[in-house]
Design a protein around this ligand. Sequence first.
Ligand SMILES: CC(C)(COP(=O)(O)OP(=O)(O)OC[C@H]1O[C@@H](n2cnc3c(N)ncnc32)[C@H](O)[C@@H]1OP(=O)(O)O)[C@@H](O)C(=O)NCCC(=O)NCCS
Length: 495
Amino acid sequence: MAVKSGPRQSLTVIDNRTGKSYELPIKNNSVLATDIKKIKAQSPDDIPEDETSQGLRVFDPGYMNTAVVQSKITYINGQDGILRYRGYPIEQLVQKSNFLESAFLLIYGELPTEMQYAKWQDEVNNHTFIHTDMEGMFKTFRYDSHPMSMLTAAFATLGAFAPEANPSLRGQKLYTNAASGDLESLKVLDKQILRILGKAPTLAAASYRMRQGRPFNRPAKGLSYTGNFLQLLDNLSEREYTPHPVLEKALDTLFIIHADHEVNCSTATVLQVGSSLVDPYSVVAAGCAALYGPSHGGASESAIRMLMEIGSPENVPAFMEKVEKRERVLVGFGHRVYKNVDPRSTAIRALAEEVFKVTGRNQLLDTALVLAKYARESEFMRSRNLYPNVDFYSGLIYQAMGFPLDFYPVLFAVPRCVGWLAHWRQQMLTPSGVKIWRPRQLYMGSGERDYIEAKDRQVKKDSTIFDAPVAVSHGGDSKRSQLAILKEEKVRAKL
Ligand SMILES: CC(C)(COP(=O)(O)OP(=O)(O)OC[C@H]1O[C@@H](n2cnc3c(N)ncnc32)[C@H](O)[C@@H]1OP(=O)(O)O)[C@@H](O)C(=O)NCCC(=O)NCCS
C-alpha cells in the first residue's frame, strides 16, 4: 500500500517552564491525553495537590472537547447537519427502514438480511413478557409517581430476575470474554439485549397504566414493535386491538430518530457505568436516570409547556418580542451541536403533518405553527441560525397523539435503549479490554490540616453556603410536633 506523504502528523509542544519540547502524535485529529501526561515540570513552589510530578493534566469540565471512545456506531456533524447510523443517513432510514431494523443496524453494524430480520423480530417479540412479580414492583409506587421513576426502577429490578446475567455473581469477565470470541459469553450478552429490547415497551406501558389505575395489558403477537407498544398502553380488553396505522408509523419513525445520538449525556453515563462491568440492567437504569434530567430528555415537554403558556396564536407576536429582547428562550429552537439544521427535525416535519391530519388540529398546534412562521421570519432567529429542533416537532406529535407531558421522556427512553445497548455491546467487545472510566479532578480545597476536637471547634467566620447545611423545613412539622420537640430539648438541656 502506498504510504501517504505529507506533513508530519504530530504536535510539537514547548513547555515554557522547562524549555523542553515534546512531540505528540496526532491520530484521527486527536492527541492522547496520556501523552500530555508525559509533560512534567516541578518547582519548590508547587501546591502538593497539583501533583506536578505526575504530569500535566487536561481540564475539560462538561467534556467540551474530549473524545472518550472510538466508535463505529453513529456519526454526527453539527456544522453540516449530518446524522448517520453506521454510515446510513437518518433521512434514508426514516423513509425506508423501521425501528427494529434500524435497531439491528445500530447494534450489529449492518442492515439485516430478510432472514436475519425475521429471526430478530421473532426473538425480540419472544421477550416482551415480564415476570408477574415485576407487576408487584409497579404496584408499590404511588399512583401519581412520575413514569420515569418507575421505568428507571423497573430496569434495575429486572436485573434481579436474571442472576445468570450478573457479572457480580457469575464472574467479572462474563461479558468481556466475548471480545476474544467466547461464544458462551456472546450468547449471554445478546440474550440480555433481546430481553431489554423486548421488555422495554412492556415496562414503559406498565408505568403508564399504573398512573391511570388500569390493569396491565399482556404483550400481543403479530403487531409491530410500536404497534404492540400502543396496544400495551391503550387496549381496553379488545380481543384484536389494532392501532391506527398512521400513529403506529409515526411512533415507529420517532423511535428511529431517537434510537441513538452518539455519546450524549445518557450514553456517556451508560459507558461510564458499563466500564465497572456491572450487569446491563443496571447500565440501562443508569441511562434512564441521566435521560430523566430536564437538560436531556425534557426539552419536548418544555416546548409544549411554553406553547401552553403562550395560549393562542394571537399571543405569539408578544411572546416573540420577549424572545427578541432576550427575556425568553424559544424552547424547541436551536441546538448545541447542529448549527445549521437539525436533520432529525427535517426528517419528521412531514410526519407531523400526517399525524395532524389524523388527530385533527387544536389551539396548541395552531399556536405552534404560527410560532414557527414568526420564528422563520424573525431577523433575531435567522441571524443566529435558530430553527426548530427535533424536540419541537416530537413534542407536537406526542401532544397530538394525546400522551401526557410526563410520558415524553419515557417515549424517548424506550427507543434509546437501542443506542445504549449498541454502545454497551461495543464496549464489552473492545479488543484491548474494558478500562474502568476514572476521570481526574483538579483539587481546589484545603491543604492538609489536623483534626480539631469538637469542644475546640468554632463556627467559621464569613462562612458561605459551602461551609454548613441550610436550615430546612420538614413536611411533618406542625405546631404540635414543634412544641413536643421543644419539650424534649428542654429535657436534653438539663442533662
Ligand atoms: C439548545 C441550546 C441550549 C443550544 O445552546 P448554545 O449552543 O449554547 O447556543 P448559543 O449560546 O450558541 O446561542 C447563540 C445565540 O442564540 C441565542 N439563542 C440560542 N437558542 C435560543 C432560543 N432557543 N431562543 C432564543 N435565543 C436563543 C443565544 O441567546 C445566543 O444569543 P447571543 O449570540 O445574542 O448571545 C439553546 O439553543 C436552547 O436553549 N434552546 C432551547 C432549548 C431546547 O430546545 N433544547 C433542546 C435541544 S435538542
